[in-house]
Design a binder for this molecule. Structure first.
Ligand code: FES
Length: 137
C-alpha cells in the first residue's frame, strides 16, 4: 500500500512538473530579451551594385532595407520601412528622395523627413567601405 501511494505521489508530481513547464515556457520566452544579432549577420555588397544615385534594395535581418550612394563614395543605408505606419519606401531618382506610397511621407537621401506624417527619420544602418565592398550592419 505504501509503495503504491509513493508511486502515485511521484507520478502526480512528475505530471505537475511537466504541466508547469509547458505553461511557463511561453511566458519565459516572451519575457526573455531578444538575442542580439552577431557580426556574421552583416551584409556585404559589391560597391558596383550601388552606383551613384541608385538605391539598392535588399533584405537585412529579414526586413527590407536600402543602400544609396548619394554622392561619390558617400553611402547611406536604412531600413526601408517608413517610420509612420510601416509601409516600404521607394526611391525617386529624379527627385532624389524617398517616397512612402501610403501617406506621401518624403525622406531626403540621408533619411531625414522632408514632409508628411513620418515622426522621425528612416532608421539608419551603419555602412563601412572595405576595398570594393560595402559592409552593412
Ligand atoms: S506609412 Fe509612410 S507616410 Fe504613412
Amino acid at each position: 500500500m505504501g509503495s503504491r501511494r509513493l508511486f502515485l505521489t511521484t507520478a502526480l508530481g512528475a505530471i505537475g512538473a511537466v504541466l508547469a513547464f509547458a505553461a511557463g515556457w511561453p511566458v519565459w520566452r516572451y519575457l526573455s530579451p531578444m538575442e542580439e544579432p552577431g557580426e556574421e549577420e552583416r551584409i556585404a555588397l559589391d560597391r558596383e551594385d550601388v552606383p551613384l544615385g541608385v538605391a539598392h534594395f535588399f533584405r537585412f535581418r529579414g526586413q527590407p532595407a536600402v543602400v544609396l550612394q548619394s554622392s561619390p563614395g558617400v553611402y547611406y543605408a536604412f531600413s526601408a520601412i517608413c517610420t509612420h505606419l510601416g509601409c516600404i519606401v521607394q526611391w525617386l531618382p529624379e527627385q532624389r528622395e524617398f517616397l512612402c506610397p501610403c501617406h506621401a511621407g518624403r525622406f531626403s537621401p540621408d533619411g531625414r523627413v522632408l514632409s508628411g506624417p513620418p515622426p522621425r527619420p528612416l532608421d539608419s544602418l551603419p555602412v563601412t567601405v572595405v576595398d570594393n565592398r560595402l559592409l552593412i550592419g
